[in-house]
Design a protein around this ligand. Sequence first.
Ligand SMILES: Nc1ncnc2c1ncn2[C@@H]1O[C@H](COP(=O)(O)OP(=O)(O)O)[C@@H](O)[C@H]1O
Ligand SMILES: [Mg+2]
Length: 290
Amino acid sequence: MSAPSHHTVPATAPAADAAPEPVLALRGVHLTDRGTGREIVRGVGFALRPGRAVGIVGESGSGKTLTCRAALGILPPGIEVSAGSVTLAGTDIATLTARQWTALRGATISAVFQDPASYLNPALRVGTQIAEVVRVKQGLGRRAARRRAVELLDSVRLADPELVYGQYPFELSGGMLQRVLIAAAISAEPRVVIADEATTALDVTVQAEILDLLTELRERTGLALVVVSHDLAVVAQLCDEVVVLRHGEVVEQGPTRTVLRHPRHAYTRLLIAEHERYGLERFRTAEETP
Ligand SMILES: Nc1ncnc2c1ncn2[C@@H]1O[C@H](COP(=O)(O)OP(=O)(O)O)[C@@H](O)[C@H]1O
Ligand SMILES: [Mg+2]
């Protein structure tokens, strides 16, 4: 695999100790339903640097998915960014034409959602579907695309990628399907992957395996992650920073460890209390344990 151009050091490289530019930045984003005039999201912001992970946590309906869709430039019809900005790889996406946006997005950001089965065609072998994504996004020929698809299935730790290549979605477990979707999401070597409740439908053991995989991709490739979950434990495992959303408003935000240890808002304390029984404690105290 050749190094993508964004890994090359620009001529005017910043000082080695300077933090790299955020690859994705939301600044004071407000989202409004044009039909009703309702402001659904009011002032979400974060800056995500390469190799880092930010978590968005909050109960169902708090605006997590719409925030992600704003970052992906795929808001549903009628929902608009009414204030603030989304900057991807240094470019304010509002300044781009549809065509420029599609090109930038394809090379920069992709997403994995809950319910992987619904993103695959049940009548086609999964390998063929990945190869097609690779063919279109990377302009590879059929044979090269097939080889690349098998490599991708291997890179998401599917035990027998050649076998999986030839299987149909119904032959795979939920965890395997989510790995296939992650393979598709990283096929164009994006700099950011958004995982929106990506492990919610999976049982606890499989969920842990998928979270480990995302961590590994992050460490190995410098991928930046936006991890969305109603489950604070998921975010605690993966993220450097956490944004706590409630009814479309950020009630608390900061380094994950700080927020978990010293939650300042009653709502955050409630989320922590709810999840204590699922083992969140081990993330809150991990640093003290030798
Ligand atoms: N297409 C849409 N049109 C109008 N309202 C929507 C649409 N999608 C979501 N909403 C509303 O926006 C709010 C936030 O939704 P969402 O971002 O999906 O929440 P979450 O992902 O945190 O569960 C909810 O009140 C939801 O009803
Ligand atoms: Mg959602």
